[in-house]
Write a protein that binds this ligand. Structure first.
Ligand code: 13P
Length: 247
């Protein structure tokens, strides 16, 4: 199973559901539709309406983050996995670099994963090195650390997806070379296999994925799907990624 996940970030109002209706319509008639899942992570404000609308349809809905405490608390603006689940979402991102850079620590991320899984949300756990770490050849040690500090073997690996997003590639149009990316994905899977008894959770790639770059990525069979930012805000761009992947 492959995954095409659209992360809307700070984008979208109620009428933006029209973008998803078009994507859903495409999916309905796509002959490859059984080979992949589509997940969209809109802002919190749209989780309930989108989850309800797509309840019996093919688009799955997730949140972009969740708070590191369960149920209810007295933290202003915080939203827990319990609250997210209660409005019908099925997934949550955890550890996006946007949130790591705003202060999410490994300890906080681990609690987010724990409470997301406890509340039956599947977790899309994001990892990735920055430009300086890449230049100083620290990519693998950074990724390994991000994984082992948060993902425990007691977690159900079937409810975890790992998304590798090199920070220098997000929104920049810069992408890793085919060889480099294949090597990195294999290294990530190797670390995950050590934790999860030889079976790795799905590992996705994210960072400047569009209809063009996907033509390069599709040759790397080890990639289980994509986490798409900018191009997920347009139905045409998002559909082009899926079309070109299976072309
Ligand atoms: P872009 O696809 O815009 O580079 O964003 C990637 C991303 O951060 C998705 O979470």
């Amino acid at each position: 199973m492959k995954y095409f996940i659209g992360n809307w970030k700070m984008f979208g109002v109620p009428k933006s559901i029209n973008i998803l209706k078009k994507i859903n319509f495409f999916h309905l008639k796509d002959r490859n539709r059984n080979k992949y899942k589509i997940i969209i992570t809109p802002p919190y404000t749209l989780l309930e309406t989108f989850s309800k609308y797509f309840k019996n349809k093919k688009i799955l809905v997730g949140s972009q983050n969740c708070y590191q405490k369960d149920h209810f608390s007295s933290n202003t603006a915080a939203v827990s996995a319990y609250m997210i689940k209660s409005v019908g979402a099925k997934y949550t991102l955890v550890g996006h670099s946007d949130n790591r850079s705003e202060g999410d620590t490994n300890e906080m991320l681990k609690n987010k994963v724990i409470f997301a899984l406890k509340n039956n949300l599947k977790v899309i756990f994001c990892i990735g090195e920055n430009k300086i770490e890449k230049r100083s050849k620290k990519t693998f040690s950074v990724l390994k650390n991000q994984i082992i500090k948060v993902l425990e073997k007691k977690f159900n690996k079937d409810n975890i997806i790992v998304a590798y997003e090199p920070i220098w590639s997000i929104g920049t149009g810069k992408i890793p070379t085919k060889n480099e990316l294949k090597k990195t994905i294999l290294r990530i899977k190797k670390i995950l296999k050590q934790i999860y008894k030889k079976k790795s959770p799905a590992v996705l790639y994210g960072g400047s994925v569009d209809g063009n770059s996907v033509k390069i990525f599709k040759d790397i069979r080890e990639i289980d799907g994509f986490l798409i930012g900018g191009a997920s805000k347009s139905s045409k761009k998002f559909i082009d990624i899926i079309k070109n992947y299976y072309r």
